[in-house]
Design a protein around this ligand. Structure first.
Ligand SMILES: NC(=O)c1ccc[n+]([C@@H]2O[C@H](COP(=O)([O-])OP(=O)(O)OC[C@H]3O[C@@H](n4cnc5c(N)ncnc54)[C@H](OP(=O)(O)O)[C@@H]3O)[C@@H](O)[C@H]2O)c1
Length: 281
């Protein structure tokens, strides 16, 4: 029998593409969205309401889930958003919201399902982290911190789940074309003039990354392969140059830092205007 796969954030981007692909391949797919009524008619899989930043929503979701299925094999923690901007200009409250979703939300959804996985003595948890869970680019301090946090959390948790035959993997994409940039949040006030030139450059570098991004297929195929693999790897970076980026960071850190500084300085600033905020993985 094909597996039952739960995908959080299945209304857009990676989650939507993955859910459609797995559904087509015959998996029993259950997706989530904060507004299922807006998307349900357009998708061929079940869509349940879930806001991972809201404890009540997670409770109602966990109670409703097993009315839709009697079996659950795989949880794909995919839901998330990106907070961009110069760290000193970003209110701490926005940083907290970034963690409430990307870190605490992911942890709480996982915790809500662990009793089920433990009791059946099998399961798989795949979490969509980011290459910025492994490296630290500018303009993305809180997003980067939230992805480092999920990386660290699951790095430890996987050993505790090993006795119950629950597999844990991370997927770490670079830039891919989804709606992450359109849904990105950044501070609208509190600009500090000292950063004006740097902000324009770093925004342009972010925009360039987004413009050069590939379609999400490689990420979706990586997750689909992990679901079919008996002993999946923990860390799975995906996308252009990931091998080179991680090699440079580990073995040639000065060159790595230099290349980040150079890419910000060289980014084409359009008419000196502030580039649109965009996805940087
Ligand atoms: N695109 C990239 O280049 C890239 C690279 C590395 C990592 N990622 C990661 O990939 C994951 C998916 O993002 P995406 O690129 O596919 O972006 P996207 O197109 O904006 O999709 C984000 C999904 O997350 C859901 N979501 C957002 N906040 C939520 C919340 N509080 N509770 C529940 N669901 C929520 C949204 O669903 P609703 O709005 O319907 O609730 C939507 O389905 C994220 O974790 C992101 O950090 C993306």
């Amino acid at each position: 029998m094909k597996k039952t796969v739960l995908i959080t954030g299945a209304s857009s981007g990676f989650g939507l593409t993955l859910a459609n692909q797995l559904h087509q391949q015959g998996f029993n797919v259950i997706g989530t969205s904060r507004e299922p009524e807006k998307h349900a008619a357009k998708v061929p899989f079940k869509l349940i309401r879930l806001d991972i930043s809201d404890d009540n929503s997670i409770r109602s979701f966990a109670a409703a889930l097993f009315q839709h299925t009697t079996q659950l094999d795989v949880l794909v923690n995919n839901a998330g958003f990106m907070l961009t901007g110069i760290a000193e200009e970003t209110p701490i409250e926005l940083g907290r919201q970034q963690f409430e979703t990307n870190f605490w939300g992911t942890v709480k959804v996982t915790n809500a399902l662990l009793p089920y996985f433990r009791s059946q003595k099998h399961g798989q948890i795949i979490t969509v982290s980011s290459i910025v869970g492994l490296i630290g680019p500018p303009n993305l301090s809180y997003y980067t911190a939230s992805k480092h946090a999920v990386e660290g959390y699951f790095k430890s948790l996987r050993f505790e789940l090993n006795p119950f035959n629950i597999q844990v993997s991370m997927v770490e994409p670079v830039w891919f074309k989804t709606n992450l940039g359109n849904h990105a949040v950044s501070a609208t006030q509190g600009r500090i003039a000292d950063y004006n030139t740097y902000r324009t450059q770093v925004d342009a570098a972010t925009q360039k990354g987004m413009d050069d991004a590939e379609a999400p297929d490689a990420v979706v195929n990586t997750i689909a392969k992990l679901i079919e693999t008996k002993a999946p790897k923990f860390s799975n970076p995906v996308g252009k140059m990931t091998g080179m980026i991680l090699f440079l960071q580990s073995y040639l850190p000065k060159m790595f830092e230099g290349s980040i500084l150079k890419s910000v300085a060289a980014a084409p600033v359009r008419n000196g205007a502030r580039a649109k905020q965009g996805s940087a993985a």
